[in-house]
Design a protein around this ligand. Structure first.
Ligand code: ITT
Length: 194
């Protein structure tokens, strides 16, 4: 079975991706390969950051691996928090980050936003990218207890509930990460299985 390292320190991402990949591939965590580093993310785009995380692992461990760089783009905030989503308020505290988005959105009529995800996969030394996004809007208050990050304030288009009010399975079917991972799985199946 194909083994892939998922280069992330975010346990929620790991859980979501694990549920999508199921038993098709064997996922290894950074912990399992003995990597406890704070992997640098200094790029200006999701693509650059995803690539940086994958290369960091590939160059040190020579293992097939993939990374996810993702975030929330809010139109009325000039696409912020964007690549700064994990530390928008200056800390990694999700509650502080989402409260800052709600505060900055006070008085804004245009609530449109999207989650974006870029996956960089390095397989046999070659890099491949897979992208996913989901349109939606920023709610006025937070709602729900599932998920992570900005899920309690993001309502996907066509739904009457936030990502935090959905089950993991429901979110995975329509989310930015779900879409990108499905594309990667299709690609991996086409090159590693007959
Ligand atoms: P790794 O770099 O270790 O993978 P990270 O959390 O730092 O973990 P990113 O740099 O890609 O990951 O930042 C993504 C941030 O965007 C994440 O911390 C959340 O704040 C937000 N985000 C991304 N996907 C999300 C989702 O599905 N639901 C809610 N918030 C999300």
């Amino acid at each position: 079975m194909q083994t892939l390292v998922f280069s992330t320190n975010n346990k929620h991402k790991l859980q979501e991706v694990q549920a999508l990949i199921g038993s098709k591939f064997q996922l290894k965590t950074l912990e399992e390969i003995g990597c406890f580093d704070d992997i640098p993310e200094t790029g200006a785009t999701f693509e650059a950051n995803a690539s940086q995380k994958s290369h960091y692992i590939y160059e040190r461990f020579q293992l097939d691996c993939f990374s996810d760089d993702s975030g929330l783009e809010v139109d009325a905030l000039d696409k912020e928090p964007g690549v700064f989503s994990a530390r928008y308020s200056g800390s990694r505290d999700s509650e502080e980050n989402l409260q800052l988005v709600l505060k900055n959105m006070q008085g804004k009529e245009d609530r449109t936003a999207r989650f974006r995800c870029m996956i960089s996969l390095i397989l046999d030394g070659e890099e491949h990218f897979f992208e996913g996004s989901v349109e939606g809007e920023i709610t006025y208050t937070k709602s729900g207890s599932e998920g992570f990050g900005y899920d309690p304030i993001f309502k996907p288009a066509g739904y009457d509930k936030t990502f935090s009010e959905m089950s993991g399975e429901e979110k995975n079917k329509i989310s930015h990460r779900g879409i990108a991972v499905q594309k990667m799985v299709t690609f991996l199946k086409s090159v590693t299985m007959d």
